[in-house]
Design a protein around this ligand. Structure first.
Ligand code: ADP
Length: 388
């Protein structure tokens, strides 16, 4: 009974988190579009607050989804070779600002001996450090927050890196120092508590660290502050992959206008994507499901298809497969970009193996969507010139 109760809870959590993402995607997208078009400073401020609130809600839902994935054994690493520097600089930019808003100072120090490239999951590493840094800032009212990275040792082609997040905040009572790593545990659960939160952040940190084969430890003195140490073994690549030339060095091209077919069944998303694309000068046609998308694809010359994955009548995967089969007979290859609310790592592989070229998970930001469209079309053009 306990097991089936637990299973029902997990399924409910997964379903409800997924269902909440879709309307929230609409709220976030429309609010940020409204902010772009509004000139009145008062409206701007209201929209900014609405955006921040929607973003916080989104983060809570993502934490719940991740927690559910851990419980069901679906929380896995996506390993790739990456550079540590951009990850650290991104965190620095984000948390310098967050700290400044609370009148505290953020410091980053990096041991110069750490390897430039490692093999690991950069997104989960960012998620792990973000959780620790957000807590450090949340529970500190004055003073400093430090992120320091040092090299402990190199053994069997692995660099053991120690990431330390130190704050001068309220500290954690000794009796609670073990429990706070358990799900939904918080030091202060009273109705008068001063800090919000779900109690899931450290549970996620603990799991990510374990998945990466590392260790997470805590040093804290109530009233003086806390330091979380994460020791991670990260493999050093034998051969450093040649970097893609940075887009910043390329000549900036005039954005072009494209004819884009959007296969999407949700009315709010249809409206949102149409607005995002049309405001950038693109022509948009909407198909309510995969079958309609196939009919439109046959009739008109589109430059690209944005494809939702879950749609009635014919889903995005089957639609893409059918398009690729028809192209195998008749020639041509239209770029297809998946746009989906599914946020699992296996979804990306499923999209690519059905024949799509790229994958974007909702909520997508306008700038990211436009940049991706431009890039995918450019790459497709380059490929077709090379095959000529
Ligand atoms: P949340 O921050 O959402 O409550 P976490 O799992 O991240 O959940 O943290 C659990 C609890 O551990 C927090 O509620 C807080 O009581 C305590 N905690 C975590 N980090 C710190 C910190 N840097 N300083 C003081 N307390 C902390």
């Amino acid at each position: 009974l306990a097991e089936s109760g637990n299973k029902a809870k997990s399924e409910f959590l997964a379903l409800i988190s997924h269902e909440m993402r879709t309307p929230l995607h609409g709220i976030l997208g429309m609010t940020s579009l409204a902010q772009e078009f509004s000139v009145n400073p008062e409206q701007q401020e209201c929209l900014h607050t609405a955006l921040e609130s929607a973003q916080s809600l989104f983060e809570i839902i993502d934490d719940l989804l991740d927690f559910e994935r851990i419980e069901s054994g679906q929380f896995n690493l996506d390993l790739e070779q990456f550079r540590l520097e951009p990850v650290l600089l991104e965190l620095k930019a984000l948390y310098t600002l967050a700290a400044k808003n609370k009148d505290i100072v953020f410091h980053l120090s990096v041991d110069e001996n750490i390897p430039t490239h490692v093999i690991g999951d950069p997104y989960k590493l960012k998620q792990l450090l973000s959780n620790l840094l957000s807590n450090a800032i949340k529970f500190t009212n004055n003073g400093d927050v430090y992120l320091s990275i040092s090299l402990q040792k190199i053994q069997h082609e692995e660099a053991y890196l120690v990431f330390s997040v130190k704050d001068s905040g309220i500290g954690i009572p000794f009796h609670a120092q073990q429990e706070i790593f358990d799900a939904f545990q918080q030091v202060d659960l009273s109705s008068t508590r001063a800090f919000g939160g779900t109690g899931l952040g450290l549970t996620l940190c603990h799991h990510i660290t374990r998945l990466m084969g590392g260790e997470l430890s805590l040093d804290s003195t109530p009233g003086l502050g806390s330091t979380f140490h994460v020791t991670l073994p990260l493999r050093i690549p034998r051969k450093v992959r040649r970097e893609e030339p940075s887009q910043k060095n390329e000549t900036i091209e005039e954005p072009q206008s494209y004819k884009i077919l959007v296969a999407e069944d949700n009315k709010v998303n249809q409206k949102l994507i149409r607005k995002m694309l049309e405001s950038a000068g693109h022509c948009v046609e909407i198909a309510d499901n995969g079958k309609e998308a196939l009919d439109s694809f046959e009739k008109k010359g589109f430059d690209l298809i944005l494809m939702d994955c879950q749609m009635p009548v014919l889903d995005g995967y089957k639609t893409t497969e059918t398009i690729r089969n028809r192209e195998a007979e008749n020639g041509g290859r239209i770029p297809i970009v998946a746009l989906t609310a599914n946020a699992m790592s296996t979804d990306r592989d499923k999209c690519l193996s059905s024949g799509m070229d790229e994958y974007l998970s909702k909520p997508v930001k306008r700038a990211e969507l436009l940049e991706r469209i431009q890039r995918v079309i450019k790459e497709a053009n380059k490929r077709s010139i090379e095959t000529l």
